[in-house]
Design a binder for this molecule. Sequence first.
Ligand code: COA
Length: 219
Amino acid sequence: MNKNLRDAAQTATVPALIARPATTTTSDWKQALPVLTGSMVTLRELRLSDATSLLTMLSTEEVARFISPPPTTVEGFERFIAWTHRERAAGNYACFAVVPHGMDTAIGIFQIRQLEPGFGTAEWGFAVGSAFWGTGVFMDGARMVIDFAFDTIQTHRLEARAAILNGRGNGALRKIGAMQEGILRKSFLRNGEYLDQALWTILDEDWKQQRVIWGVRVH
Ligand SMILES: CC(C)(COP(=O)(O)OP(=O)(O)OC[C@H]1O[C@@H](n2cnc3c(N)ncnc32)[C@H](O)[C@@H]1OP(=O)(O)O)[C@@H](O)C(=O)NCCC(=O)NCCS
């Protein structure tokens, strides 16, 4: 995961039965990403002013351990943020900043990139500052990003890859309802070592079914 972050450098449980607040969406996401409002966080386009906060949040050892190396400077994150805007405008990719209610700057990101033209199959990835782990921020943001993938960009199959050693990453994907399809053997080079990754997927029909179970609106 977070291949895009690497490329540019040159990424408390919410009770399942609580319905999410309405989100603001726009179909023209290539012009500008919609602002998505959840119960704990807002997801919005990254801003250059998020660079310092993202450097603080995502460059720690515990966050970066199982993802492609994030930028190591504010300027590196600024380049990454500018790149996310270009890729969004080109219709290849979307990157949301995670902003907890009451804050102004990003404490993490959710990314989606197309694996085939038109986003029929897409891959998502995420990283959140460790101070916010286990707070429910991931689940709140993840539900909105997955809704965005299936409802706005019309993805059919959403993939995620997580290093087997990444307990939290795999636990988070299991919790959001992804299905583990298999193991991608020695598929991720990290610190000079090839790591096995789990391949997790969510299909659009699975997600719509899950929303029925959660008691959330269905399209
Ligand atoms: C991945 C990430 C966004 C998830 O956010 P989070 O707030 O930690 O996730 P949550 O706490 O909501 O969910 C993680 C789940 O995994 C569980 N978990 C934690 N450690 C685990 C382990 N070693 N093995 C199995 N499950 C584990 C947690 O208990 C939790 O489940 P629960 O809420 O049912 O108890 C965050 O951990 C992160 O940014 N990690 C670093 C970047 C990264 O690895 N990204 C993912 C790449 S695929």
